[in-house]
Design a protein around this ligand. Structure first.
Ligand code: ADP
Ligand code: MG
Length: 575
């Protein structure tokens, strides 16, 4: 009954395209890699409507003859490997010979290319995998590929694309990564003819970072000297102590000129910084590792950047040793001894320390500990006086022991503090009455394109939480007002973390109730409170506030706030 047929080449290509080109940025990635493989010294990338309408990658590389150009559009046509054993030693980016035919099968595709020795160039046009024309074309040596109407031949795939802004953000991030990975190549990136960045090439790395990633980031890094081991070389820029991020977004790792994701490298870098930045956060770094291509496994997945090393431990140790050497040297020369420990103390996202403009009482306990009578938290619970907890003793820094009407309890002060803060923030959201503090001098923040796109989408949510953002340039924002619970000094770090989290958990932030919950959780997660900074009366206030919350037994992440032994428990234990 069933018929088995060999797929038409176009269909096979469209299927392969599903793997290679999942979104516009993936098309740009393939074209860019081809340009770099062709020894381009200058690459220009143009796109519009997030790449959905048009993408152009133009290079001054070695180009192709007319016949080579036609052949390059055949499946598995590649000039880069010939036999399977070549796969073990891949020094070029592409090697599957799949990208061009795949892209040409799902878009309108025009290639113009010319080698230096050819008298003229060739233009080949393809639409949805079908050849439209091949003709001579006058041009300088190099290659220009234009891709328009991506996925029009396969409408089902169109609807998986995100907003223009989100797709554009992916493109910008990708081109930045490749530009940073190839300091010798000049890059120009434009959206609708508007320049996003231009970097002439051959500039020192720090200048390169400034041109490509922006001034703020360039100020947060210092130069790392080159380290060598047999067969390996490491260089780059490292974030200054105390500079940290909530995601790996600014942990840029480049292996043999290829921007990669490597768990091993990210782990090694994060480990090296572990005393300098708070737990759960990532350092900022641009790290370049060069090594024998035979030690690197790139054949993991066509669309992914994940890389594996033949000897992960060796790479990890090399990185940790080198980065620690830099950080120790920095700590020795010049930095006062107190600087490094205090860095992690300065880093929590929010704290309840008093600020003039926020409703925080001078003893450091937010006034919102006594929730407004409208707050649901205030009504359900017994008044604090009847709680009957009596402080017996402090237990190291973060715990306290209490006698309770029914036995003995040990309180985790940090967890209790988080629960109280979380519900007071949440209560403000649900009351739709955020307490906002206007900034006398607005804070400015420069964002990566992806977080900037997320921010734009979430402005109404953030406004309802008490933020006032104003865009005053591409990816530049001014913060005119903050929610009262957020300290101005922590605001920039908080906003970066929040946007990263929003990008990671897109769905959760679409529904207001989930969004507020997530927002409040992020706000308190780092609000660790050292128990010894509270006086005894403040500690009692905290306990009373805890028992006015909806769920006094656990912190917002589910850790217990206290453990209790009843008299019966104790009797049993002595029995
Ligand atoms: P791969 O890169 O895996 O070889 P592609 O489909 O990306 O496969 O490209 C096929 C071939 O086309 C390449 O091997 C290369 O010879 C040629 N090619 C593609 N892009 C360029 C370019 N920009 N300049 C010169 N040659 C190119
Ligand atoms: Mg390729």
């Amino acid at each position: 009954m069933s018929t088995i047929r060999i797929l038409e080449p176009t269909v096979a290509n469209q299927i392969a395209a599903g793997e290679v080109v999942e979104r516009p940025a993936a098309v740009i990635k393939e074209l860019l890699e081809n340009s770099l493989d062709a020894d381009a010294r200058r690459v220009t990338v143009d796109f519009s409507r997030g790449g959905k309408a048009q993408m152009i990658v133009e290079d001054d590389g070695k180009g192709m003859t007319g016949d080579e150009a036609l052949l390059s559009l055949e499946r598995h046509a590649t000039s880069k490997i010939q036999v399977a054993s070549d796969l073990d030693r891949i020094a070029t980016f592409g090697f599957r010979g799949e990208a061009l035919p795949s892209i040409a099968s799902v878009a309108r595709f025009t290639m113009q290319t010319r080698t230096a020795s050819a008298p003229a160039g060739t233009e080949i046009a393809i639409n949805g995998g079908k050849l439209v024309h091949r003709r001579d074309h006058g041009m300088a040596p190099g290659t220009r590929i234009e891709v328009t109407n991506l996925f029009h031949p396969v409408p089902a795939r169109l609807k998986f694309l995100k907003s223009d802004e989100t797709e554009a953000a992916h493109i910008v991030r990708l081109v930045r990564l490749y530009a940073i990975a190839h300091p010798e190549v000049g890059f120009l990136l434009r959206e609708d003819g508007r320049e996003i960045f231009r970097s002439p090439g051959n500039a020192p790395l720090l200048d390169r970072v400034r041109e490509i990633w922006g001034r703020q980031v360039a100020e947060e890094v210092t130069i790392m000297p080159t380290f060598e081991r047999p067969g390996m070389r490491l260089s780059g820029l490292l974030g200054k102590p105390g500079v940290s991020r909530g995601t790996r977004q600014d942990l840029v790792t480049v292996v043999n000129g290829r921007p990669v994701d490597s768990r091993t490298m990210a782990f090694a870098l994060t480990e090296s910084y572990h005393t300098l930045i708070p737990k759960g956060r990532y350092p900022l770094a641009f790290v370049f590792l060069e090594m024998d291509p035979a030690w690197v496994d790139v054949n993991v997945h066509p669309a992914k950047r994940e890389v594996r090393f033949r000897d992960e431990a060796k790479v990890r140790n090399f990185l940790i040793e080198s980065v620690l050497a830099v950080l120790r040297a920095r700590a020795d020369d010049g930095l006062p001894a107190a600087t490094i420990p205090s860095v992690s103390a300065a880093a929590p996202l929010t704290s309840a320390a008093p600020t003039l403009s926020s409703p925080v009482s001078p003893n450091g306990v937010p006034a919102a500990y006594v929730p407004p009578s409208a707050s649901p938290a205030a009504t359900n619970h017994a008044p604090a006086v009847r709680l009957g907890w009596r402080l017996l003793s402090r237990l190291r820094e973060e715990r306290a022991v209490f006698e309770t009407p029914t036995g003995l309890a040990i309180l985790d002060i940090g967890a209790a503090h988080q629960r109280v803060l979380y519900e007071s923030i949440l209560a403000q959201f649900t009351a739709q009455k955020p307490v906002s503090q206007p900034m006398l001098v607005p804070l400015s923040i420069e964002l990566e394109p992806l977080p900037a796109a997320v921010l734009k989408e979430r402005i109404p949510l953030l406004a309802s939480a008490g933020f006032d953002f104003e865009e005053y340039g591409r990816n530049f924002w001014r913060i005119q007002a903050l929610p009262a619970w957020l300290e101005p000094e922590e605001a920039l770090a908080f906003v970066r973390d929040l946007l990263a989290e929003m990008a990671r958990r897109e769905g959760d932030f679409g529904r207001p109730s989930l969004a507020y919950d997530a927002l409040a959780k992020i706000a308190v997660i780092k609000a660790r409170r050292k128990g010894d900074s509270l006086s005894d009366p403040e500690l009692m206030e905290l306990v009373q506030a805890l028992f006015r919350t909806v769920q006094p037994g656990s912190c917002p992440r589910g850790r217990r706030t206290y453990v209790e032994w009843t008299d019966a428990d104790l009797t049993r234990r002595f029995g």
